[in-house]
Design a binder for this molecule. Structure first.
Ligand code: HEC
Length: 168
């Protein structure tokens, strides 16, 4: 009885390998990528690439286990949903408002510890952000989303005021 169970399980695991989600990356146009559009400082960009690009870009790197069903189905779902929510590879296609919103939300998600997803950092310890890395990332995101001008210190306020004067 026991043997039949294990054979059946093995058979099922082999059979589900036939259902393969599409794991090819869409083509990348570097001119539209976040790093090009935002001229991200290297320190910030390297954090995003290590912690976010696998799910939020068209430059996903698939480890071997991500090719094995049922993990592959789960990984593909995360990547599809992640790209839909925010895709750094096509950032240049967003208008100014959507860009600002994406930066603001990213800062929030990192601040709240929701991104990168825990299930991801278990398998990718290099994506786990240190307090210092989070700080660098959040500061830069906020400074570039316009949040800095609303909430931020004197410098941002003076700059906003100066810009305002120019308009008048
Ligand atoms: C393992 C895949 C994965 C990683 C890694 C990851 N995300 Fe996500 N992210 C998702 C998924 C899936 C969603 C959509 C569902 C949700 O909101 O939980 C999402 C949603 C978001 C959203 C919300 C967008 C919206 O419209 O609400 C933001 C912002 C975001 N991620 C930023 C980041 C940032 C910044 C990083 C890196 C620090 C990151 N994510 C790392 C999978 C990932």
């Amino acid at each position: 009885m026991k043997k039949i169970f294990w054979l059946a399980l093995l058979g099922a695991l082999l059979a589900i390998q036939l259902i393969r989600p599409d794991m090819t990356n869409p083509p990348v146009n570097q001119a539209q990528d976040f790093r090009q559009v935002m001229q991200t400082p290297a320190g910030v960009q390297s954090i995003l690439e290590a912690a976010c690009y696998d799910c939020h870009s068209n430059e996903t790197q698939y480890p071997w286990y991500s090719q094995v069903a049922p993990v592959s189905w789960w990984v593909a779902d995360h990547i599809n949903e992640g790209r839909e929510a925010l895709n750094f590879s096509t950032f240049g296609a967003l208008n100014a408002e959507d860009r600002a919103e994406a930066l603001e939300e990213s800062a929030e998600k990192v601040q709240e510890g929701e991104m990168p997803l825990d299930s991801y950092t278990w398998m990718h310890p290099e994506a786990k952000l240190s307090a210092a890395q989070r700080d660098v990332l959040i500061k830069w995101l906020n400074a570039n989303s316009g949040e800095g001008a609303e909430k931020g210190g004197e410098e941002a306020d003076t700059k906003a005021a100066a810009e305002h004067e120019e308009e008048d």
